[in-house]
Design a protein around this ligand. Sequence first.
Ligand SMILES: [Zn+2]
Length: 398
Amino acid sequence: MKRCVTLFLTVILSLAAVPFASADGPDGPPSFPIFDDTPTDAWYYADLLYAYHSGLINGKSETRFAPDDPLTYAEAVKLAACMRQLYDGVSFTSRKDAGVWYEPYVNYCKAYGIIAADYPWNQSATRAGYMEIFAAALPDEDLAPINEIPDGAIPDLGGLSASTVSAICKLYRAGIVQGTGDDHACAPYSSIRRCEVTAILSRMMEPEKRIRFTMTAPEHRIETIGGVTYVDGILIANKTYSLPADYAPGGLTAECQAALDALSAGAAADGLSIYPISTYRSYDYQAGLYERYAARDGYAEADRYSARPGHSEHQTGLAVDVNSLDYDFAYTPEGIWLAAHCAEYGFILRYPEGKEAVTGYRYEPWHIRYLGTETAQKVKDSGLTLEEYLGITSVYAD
Ligand SMILES: [Zn+2]
């Protein structure tokens, strides 16, 4: 990595030499504009000097840096593309496409796997969105962890997708960001400011500038956002924690659907067929289902295998029943494959055998829950149910 970074700096400095030639004469200090709104004792001043001389960031005008202004997603993706091409030591060729100005940068970032999908390009980038893009802007080996940040330690990541949480943790662990306040909160939904962007760019380019800090694992952090419970950032719907009736993603989340498709493809590659038979279920649908089961078997028995409305994991858009609601499914080649491989695709078997007292439900070899590959693998390796892993219960209040 060292050689890589040195080469990178050489590129930056030589690029900076021409446009930022000294205005103080050949013997004077390097020229740097005096921004009226940027005092030399600002916390990001050294980063600004660095990022400015790298040619990555500029003032809004000759005298104004606008440190507190937000950044659009289009600007973020341009920065990511420019940083990556400088890093790789290649020139960016901006083709005169018929489209909008940022289109070449978007295409570049997609080609390099920095982004996978489109963002609302003209809107202000959130801190989470920006971090998601920048966590992929450099190769993994150049964002190696230097900080001990346990899962769930960052206090306010509830409601974010597994891949976004993973990107944010990567930047914390690499010392690129440290959050705000004593608890290192991420404030993922607030707009990112230009001064923060400046610091991130500078730390990404220069490993020496990265911040060393540690965070301790909390007991377990329970957040409630809009009536939805997140434990260590993981959305929970069980007998203890319910969802509001109007929580309605309307289907599997995009991330869960993609993971399910990948799982089916993985099984198919091994000559097996794994397919969904029940995915998203709305509050109202679950209410009807539960009542029908209760009418048939009585409420006590129905509670062992069917969730009351608001308590079904299927309402989250993150749970799937596959192939067959038959216990023998566990012994079929598909059932065996699912148990062995689902974590590789980000899923866990949510209701394992012999854990009814913990999960609140009978064994369901067909019911998988999406958690993202990192978390799913950790839960699997722990040998615990999700309730045990998160230190929570699954019991109806009444
Ligand atoms: Zn299910």
